[in-house]
Write a protein that binds this ligand. Structure first.
Ligand SMILES: C[S@@+](CC[C@H](N)C(=O)[O-])C[C@H]1O[C@@H](n2cnc3c(N)ncnc32)[C@H](O)[C@@H]1O
Length: 206
């Protein structure tokens, strides 16, 4: 599993998540961000090109050395300060209310305890700061949702813990975020893998 998980999978994820269909979603999510941005599950840096000049720096949380290595040319090309501040979104070594916004794309599906990671995000974000989210997740149709549950064990094994049947909006609400903008749709073709959510969620006031 070491070679696959540590070396091949980050490349496969880079190719899959780098699909052109996601580019407009990444761009519009990144557009309103400014200041210090925390990116959970930074991966190979596929959001970097889309951050506007109002973003001063990106704090990257990413466990995979290979993914972070794949990001290096994108970091150099974008010329934005990127600091890898952690390896696990469930435990952030950052001060309370110290970041101005967060980006989270195709990550809540994978983090073992996504609720814990969102509570950590809520802690380090300024109250009312935006979390911009793009995730695949549980489909509204019971027949597809059942397939997602059936396929989940295989998906978790092949994709390093990725779940098909998580509900990102329920996770955000449970962690106290306020949803201000939500779009949900299938990316063609309709399948257990293609139900997408984009959302803006505001960090709770404590
Ligand atoms: C499907 S990839 C998405 C990468 C990137 N966000 C993108 O949109 O292309 C999921 C990423 O989450 C990372 N990840 C896995 N467990 C994590 C954790 N506990 N905390 C933070 N990131 C994690 C993986 O290493 C991987 O880079």
């Amino acid at each position: 599993m070491g070679l696959y998980r540590d070396h091949l999978l980050p490349v496969l994820i880079d190719r899959t998540c780098g699909g052109a269909a996601f580019t407009p979603m990444r761009r519009s999510l990144a557009a309103p961000l400014s200041g210090t941005i925390l990116e959970l599950g930074f991966g190979s840096g596929l959001n970097l090109a889309h951050y506007p000049d109002t973003v001063a720096q990106v704090l990257a949380v990413e466990p995979s050395d290979r993914a972070f290595q794949l990001a290096q040319p994108r970091i150099a090309a974008r010329g934005l300060r990127v600091e890898r501040v952690g390896l696990d979104g469930q435990h952030l070594a950052l001060e309370d209310q110290s970041v101005d916004g967060a980006m989270c794309t195709f990550v809540l599906c994978t983090i073992p305890d996504a609720n814990k990671a969102l509570r950590e995000l809520a802690r380090v974000l300024r109250p009312g700061a935006p979390l911009q989210l793009l995730e695949h997740g549980r489909a509204p149709e019971p027949s597809i949702a059942r397939w997602q549950q059936r396929l989940d064990p295989l998906q978790r094994r092949l994709a390093d813990g990725c779940h098909l049947s998580r509900d990102p909006l329920a996770l955000l609400k449970a962690a106290g975020f306020e949803l201000t903008e939500v779009h949900q749709r299938y990316l063609s073709p309709r399948s257990p893998f293609t139900f997408l959510t984009t959302a803006t969620a505001l960090a709770p006031h404590r």
